[in-house]
Design a protein around this ligand. Structure first.
Ligand code: GLN
Length: 458
């Protein structure tokens, strides 16, 4: 059924980049055969799942939607892929995304933008735009994305699906092509809270291949949804959320969500996250700094596209060794404009003389943002707020204005800086019929609380 839907709708959506129905059916038949032989089947037996193009699968193209990795076939599976196979999931192919996950609209992809199923003129958000569009249009029931500053939650919001960014360290990043290693986290998309809970239980847990994955028990998140909490949920609403730039219809959806929680027996109180206004500047220093370092490996020698022509084009280039010219030409050809901008920003904020003023300062701000959350979570269990300040925007509307694009991360970036989990849930439609996302955030490793709260709202 999903293969038929991909066939029928993907041409317009450009969400799934390549899909081999025969291969998917073969995986599904192998699971049927195991069942027939009386084997225990995993918790995701037969469940199709599509994968963002920055998560490595052995022998399969994994390109990060960049010319730089256009022909890269990893020799290994990411840990999450190994776990999905073990759980019996059927991998449905790879999903469009912003180049190297840098963007909020899926427009920086070298394969062209994915489209929002609610309105094909509009973006599904990004960077996991293909994942969100695929789940929203039922091309796949679930998908894996990655979230460095909002890339699971924001596209989920713009397409009316559920998207979860787990706690930093909850899910192994082994085999996730690195963007900003201290912020990146893999997480699930689904149509319902129960679906992301199911997938999280499979992919979470300590992995010796990722030293930042944390050794903590993985609860049965699905069972957690059914369990009764011993006291009413305490929901916090940060006063800083309601500031300039928040679309009035998104604001009313958040206020309405607060009323829903109260009607369900939760208490809603005002909290403050005073340093949240510094989150965008801090994020756009820390993330590019780490990106510039991570992307240094693509030099055309071991990793990445290699330029064929690297003859000197200017007098200055004549004095450079051929190896350096080859690397320069390869990087210039391989990386698109947004990735280049991030590398320039990152190397600048890390450079001698500027690192203290920018990078080190941003790390201090990052700490203050985390302290704000710690303080808030002394009084509330979850924080309710917007996911994106605006509903889905038109393809092309923001691409030429990087700062406008960066501002879209205002509500999602803080969770990555603090390492806490966040989930975006469908919170109704605008008058013109576009989905609005509401976000819940919880303390580190409180995914059970987060998912249970999400279920109340659902
Ligand atoms: N929009 C943010 C950025 O461009 C976040 C991207 C992400 O989470 N991968 O960096």
């Amino acid at each position: 059924a999903f293969a038929d839907r991909i066939e029928a709708h993907n041409g317009k959506l450009n969400a799934v980049l390549d899909f081999d129905p025969a291969h998917a059916l073969e995986q599904a038949r192998a699971i049927d055969a195991r069942r027939a032989q009386g084997h225990d089947l995993g918790p995701l037996a037969g469940v199709p799942i599509a994968i963002k193009d920055n998560i490595c699968r052995r022998g399969e193209l994994t390109t990060c939607c960049s010319r730089m990795l256009a022909s890269y076939r990893p020799p290994f599976d990411a840990t999450v892929i190994r776990r999905l196979h073990h759980a019996g999931a059927v991998i449905l192919g790879r999903l469009n995304m912003d180049e190297f996950a840098m963007g909020s609209s899926n427009e920086t992809s070298c394969f062209g933008p994915a489209r929002n199923p609610w309105d094909l003129e509009r973006s599904p958000g990004g960077s996991s735009g293909g994942a969100a569009a695929a789940v929203a249009a039922s091309l796949a029931p679930t998908a894996l994305g990655s979230d460095t500053g909002g890339s699971i939650r924001q596209p989920a919001a713009l397409t009316g699906v559920v998207g979860l960014k787990p706690t930093y360290g909850r899910v192994s990043r082994y085999g996730l092509v690195a963007f900003a290693s201290s912020l990146d986290q893999i997480g699930p998309f689904g149509r319902e809270v129960a679906d992301v809970a199911r997938v999280l239980s499979v992919i979470a847990g300590r992995d010796p291949m990722d030293s930042t994955s944390v050794d903590r028990d993985v609860p049965d998140y699905l069972a957690a949804l059914e369990s009764k909490p011993d006291r009413p949920l305490r929901v916090g609403l940060a006063r800083e959320f309601f500031s300039e730039g928040l679309d009035p219809e998104v604001e009313s959806a958040i206020r309405e969500a607060a009323r829903v929680f109260e009607a369900e027996g939760a208490t809603v109180s005002e909290i403050s996250l005073p340093n949240s206004k510094h989150a965008i500047p801090a994020y756009y220093i820390v993330a590019p700094a780490e990106a510039s370092s991570n992307l240094a490996r693509y030099d055309g020698t071991i990793f990445g596209h290699r330029a064929e022509d690297f003859e000197p084009k200017t007098d200055a280039e004549k004095d450079l060794p051929a190896l350096i010219r080859m690397m320069m030409a390869s990087r210039a050809e391989g990386f698109g404009p947004e990735v280049t901008r991030r590398i320039m920003l990152g190397t600048f904020v890390l450079s001698a003389g500027y690192a203290d003023r920018y990078y080190v300062q941003a790390l201090k701000v990052r700490r203050l943002i985390r302290d704000d959350f710690d303080r808030a979570f002394q009084n509330v269990d979850v924080i309710l707020g917007p996911t994106s300040p605006v509903p889905a925007f038109k393809v092309g509307e923001k691409l030429s204005d990087p700062l406008a694009m960066y501002l879209l991360d205002v509500y999602t970036g803080p969770a990555n800086l603090a390492g806490i989990p966040g989930i975006s849930l469908p919170g109704g439609l605008t008058k013109s019929g576009l989905p609005i996302g509401i976000q819940l955030q919880a303390p580190a490793f409180a995914e059970e609380t987060l998912l249970r709260a999400a279920r109340i709202f659902e």
